[in-house]
Design a binder for this molecule. Structure first.
Ligand SMILES: [Zn+2]
Length: 263
């Protein structure tokens, strides 16, 4: 057995036996790690709450034959504390953790850019400077881009023509009139502008956007993300329910694009 150190964000935990947990961590240098935390569910655990989801921790681990073992954990930033008190921010953060888990496939395959995006996204959420759903959509767009699924936003995804007519999930972004598949969403130009701003980190433009364009953007980004992940992101359902409670202007044509996706 060999010892190694890394820092990472706890993505999820599962019970193991009477008092232990398997902790899934997205670590800065190592990539995704699944490790056993012994005795973590006892009230006297030396780990305390340091191995709960959302926590950015500094870790020491032992390499094991199947699973590694956490031997030390020190909190760097407990993002969970800032998020649990605010339900929209908590659900947005949960969707980030789940997306980071889904977009990093193998264990111990370095995913530094995904790690940095996740830490940046959680920090931005916790700082409360921007609306939670905007922070989440920015995170979705950028993590998809890092994974190689950036949507085309400035020219037709199929023929690169500059005249944009619609947004087609199956085509990979905006499309021209000639390439537009049946049932494509036809979002407002401002909605595509908002997606571009979120992808680039242009917060001045994003914060100034109107609610209806934010709603349309969220609907498109969620459908686009789900298409690429093949299955729905569980936490997203909670976010979408909140969104529905606040607004009713989700583009009607999204459903047809999503339904075109094979099960
Ligand atoms: Zn085209």
């Amino acid at each position: 057995m060999s010892l190694y150190r890394d820092e990472g964000v706890v993505l999820r935990t599962q019970k193991l036996g009477e008092a232990d947990r398997i902790v899934t961590i997205l670590a800065k240098r190592t990539g995704k790690i699944r490790a056993v935390a012994k005795g973590v569910r006892r009230t006297t655990s030396r780990f305390g709450a340091r191995l709960e989801p959302f926590t950015h921790v500094d870790l020491q681990l032992h390499t094991g034959r199947t699973l590694d073992m956490v031997t030390q954990a020190e909190t760097i930033r407990p993002y969970g504390e800032a998020l649990t008190a605010d339900y929209p921010r908590y659900t947005a953060g949960s969707a980030m953790l789940e997306t980071a888990d889904r977009l990093t496939h193998g264990e111990k395959e370095p995913a530094l850019r995904q790690f940095l995006l996740l830490v940046g996204g959680l920090r931005t959420l916790a700082e409360r400077g921007h609306e939670a759903r905007l922070v989440l959509d920015a995170y979705f767009l950028r993590s998809l881009a890092v994974a190689g699924y950036a949507p085309a936003l400035d020219a037709c995804a199929k023929c690169r023509a500059p005249a944009i007519r619609a947004f087609a999930i199956v085509a990979g972004g905006v499309v021209c009139g000639a390439c537009k598949p049946a049932g494509s969403a036809v979002p407002a130009a401002e909605t595509i502008g908002l997606m571009t701003a979120l992808l680039r980190g242009d917060w001045a433009t994003a914060d100034a956007s109107e609610t209806r364009h934010r709603s349309e953007c969220s609907g498109l980004v969620a459908a686009y993300l789900q298409w690429h992940l093949e299955h729905g992101i569980r936490s997203l359902r909670h976010v979408e329910r909140e969104l529905r409670e606040r607004t009713t202007t989700v583009p009607a044509s999204i459903g047809s694009d999503t339904a075109a996706h094979p099960p």
